[in-house]
Design a protein around this ligand. Structure first.
Ligand code: AMP
Length: 122
């Protein structure tokens, strides 16, 4: 899938749409999810144009990958969830119900998070 520069996170990166920013450096921007699903629910995005985790891991340079991963960890530290624990999820593609085609990790924490996945019929 080609990167769509009009996706909502690209527009947030360009400052065309507001966000509740929690952290920014050269490699990443982190902001609160507008529909939070945990006490702490932050989205962490790389600044480069990557559609999803697979695209990023296959195409980004080593410095970009290091900057992004370290940035995610910094966001967790600043959010105050390192001691209590947190969960990272990155939806990739249709079966994962990825809505926004710009790579993002959801960082969840601030409360016990329950099981990883809710399975049909369980
Ligand atoms: P995903 O299904 O992994 O692509 O998740 C996309 C996430 O982006 C959802 O949790 C949405 O609530 C969130 N989202 C969509 N638009 C915005 C926005 N303008 N600001 C913050 N979060 C957003």
């Amino acid at each position: 899938m080609a990167y769509d520069p009009q996706n909502i996170f690209a527009r947030i990166l360009r400052g065309e749409i507001p966000c509740t920013k929690v952290y920014e450096d050269d490699a990443v921007l982190a902001f609160r999810d507008i529909r939070p699903q945990a006490a702490t629910h932050v989205l962490v995005i790389p600044k480069g144009p990557y559609t999803d985790f697979q695209d990023f891991a296959e195409k980004a340079g080593d410095a970009e990958i290091a900057g992004y991963i370290r940035g995610v960890a910094r966001v967790a530290r600043e959010a105050g969830v390192v001691e209590s624990g947190y969960r990272l999820i990155s939806n990739c593609g249709a079966d994962a119900h990825q809505e926004v085609p710009h790579l993002h990790f959801h960082l969840f924490g601030g409360e016990p998070l329950g099981p990883l996945l809710a399975r049909k019929g369980s």
